[in-house]
Design a protein around this ligand. Structure first.
Ligand SMILES: [Zn+2]
Ligand SMILES: [Zn+2]
Length: 240
């Protein structure tokens, strides 16, 4: 499985050379690729990426508004996301059913509901190809069925909106927002996922990467016996 981090930014103003565009991941296997998420930053440059398939986690602007003018390929999303993206001129809409694995271009995607937004319900994807599984959840408070989602995953690719400070809020009895990297590293330790890659970076990481944030995150990971890496735009890796 080949991973290319096209973009690694959350829904924030600050940008840097390493974090210039909204988070998006290109997953490849045997020469075929699928793009996950297509935020507003990709609106004018989607033609450069030339995706053959796009899968969406949720309907927030930094994950789906790059599709405002349409897409050159089929797009997969949950029924809830399609409701929000109703006005977008997309010709090939495909439905994602949570917990039902679907093969897209030779790669298996299984959507797991994650708590994140009340108005734009989100999923994370367990992605499997060959012998490798990874989990991708750029925005979340928690994964409803975490043990099943992360079982035997080689990598957890998670939400970098905040490092230690909780950005979880409450409306009625519903939680929304972002859980810190620190907590997600604890999930990795509990579910025996050896490594986390931090994407969807917030201002704390984008502004602080040169000033010790990287060391802080590494220390949190080391305490939990997990490896960690902060993704950069354009970063690639191959998992065998
Ligand atoms: Zn986001
Ligand atoms: Zn979001």
């Amino acid at each position: 499985m080949k991973l290319t981090f096209l973009g690694t930014c959350g829904n924030i103003e600050p940008r840097s050379e390493s974090h210039a565009r909204h988070s998006s991941l290109l997953v490849g296997y045997r020469g075929r690729e699928v793009m996950i998420d297509c935020g507003e930053d990709w609106l004018d440059t989607l033609s450069e990426v030339k995706p053959r398939a796009i899968v969406i986690t949720h309907a927030h602007p930094d994950h789906a508004f790059g599709l405002k003018n349409g897409a050159p390929c089929p797009v997969w999303a949950t029924a809830e996301s399609w409701q929000s993206l109703d006005g977008f001129p997309l010709e090939e809409k495909r439905l994602v059913h949570p917990r039902r694995p679907t093969e897209i271009r030779g790669i298996t995607f299984e959507a797991f509901p994650v708590q994140h937004s009340i108005r734009a319900p989100a999923v994370g994807y367990r992605i499997s190809a060959g012998a490798v599984s990874v989990f991708y959840a750029p925005d979340l408070v928690y994964i409803q069925e975490r043990a099943a989602a992360l079982a035997r995953c080689r990598l957890y690719i998670g939400d970098g909106a905040t490092v230690r400070q909780s950005m979880v809020r409450k409306e009625g009895d519903q939680l929304f927002g972002h859980t810190p990297v620190m907590t997600q590293l604890t999930w990795c330790a509990k579910e025996k996922v050896p490594k986390m890659i931090v994407t969807h970076c917030g201002s704390e990481i984008v502004n602080g990467e040169e000033y010790g944030v990287r060391d802080e995150i590494r220390a949190l990971a080391r305490e939990r016996g997990v490896e960690v890496e902060i993704a950069r735009d354009g970063m690639g890796m191959v998992l065998r």
